[in-house]
Design a binder for this molecule. Structure first.
Ligand SMILES: [Zn+2]
Length: 236
């Protein structure tokens, strides 16, 4: 009886498609993770810049309050200056006032420098926020696309699975068992067409006798090299 290779070829085609779809579906969690990571990374850049700005503002407040305290000290010294009795005391107070004045001057310079850094930081935050919003927008669209593809492929996989189930009763059980076994061993390609005189999957040459048997289609012949089910596929 002539072997109906068409059913096996159909099965192989369906199984290959299902395999590709499954492979794609398996990769979806990592695709989504990659997208989420890009979003959180850009949000982190903003958060870090904001933290630096907060530090800057705190330092400025501390310096300002320190300067305030020093100004109170100077006012007190100036008041005491009126009451001093000796030149020595007077000179000593003046020196002290001079020292504190110098300290205030240094702090005020530092405050200005912190203010300038704050301007830079604010600009940096604005740029980072804009970029983060753009990235989020782009990646959310990408995520939608991935989820849409996932839905499509799942639908397709269900459809193919139904087609496969409908096909199986037409295939003799011994052929089915052989097919399944080779499919597993070859990780997904149990059939190999022979067009000239080569196994198209492992490229080994087919002996003329075997070639004749293939053309006769009376029995299942396995490739001597790769073990796949060979079938004759004449050139169009
Ligand atoms: Zn082969």
């Amino acid at each position: 009886m002539e072997i109906n290779f068409e059913q096996l070829i159909n099965l192989q085609n369906i199984d290959e498609k299902i395999k590709d779809i499954s492979h794609f579906l398996d990769s979806i969690p990592s695709q989504l993770q990659g997208i989420e990571k890009k979003i959180t990374d850009s949000a982190q850049i903003v958060a870090r810049a904001k933290a630096v700005l907060l530090q800057n503002q705190k330092k400025r407040r501390d310096l300002e309050s320190y300067v305030q305290d020093k100004k109170v000290v100077i006012a007190k010294y100036r008041k005491q200056l009126n009451d001093v009795q000796t030149n020595k005391e007077y000179t000593s107070f003046l020196k002290e006032i001079g020292n504190v004045d110098l300290e205030i001057e240094t702090m005020e310079e530092e405050i200005i420098s912190e203010m300038l850094s704050a301007d830079d930081l604010e600009a940096e935050i604005m740029t980072a926020e804009k970029k983060a919003a753009e990235i989020k927008d782009t990646f959310l669209k990408e995520k939608d696309l991935v989820l849409k593809k996932e839905k499509e492929r799942e639908g397709l996989k269900n459809q193919l699975t139904k087609e496969r189930e409908a096909l199986i009763p037409a295939i003799p059980s011994d052929q089915m068992a052989l097919y399944k076994n080779i499919f597993r061993k070859t990780s997904g390609t149990a059939l190999s067409p022979v067009t000239d005189d080569f196994c198209s999957l492992c490229q080994i040459r087919i002996r003329p006798q075997v070639l004749n048997e293939l053309i006769a289609r009376q029995e299942i012949i396995l490739c001597e090299n790769c073990g796949r089910i060979l079938y004759w596929k004449p050139k169009k």
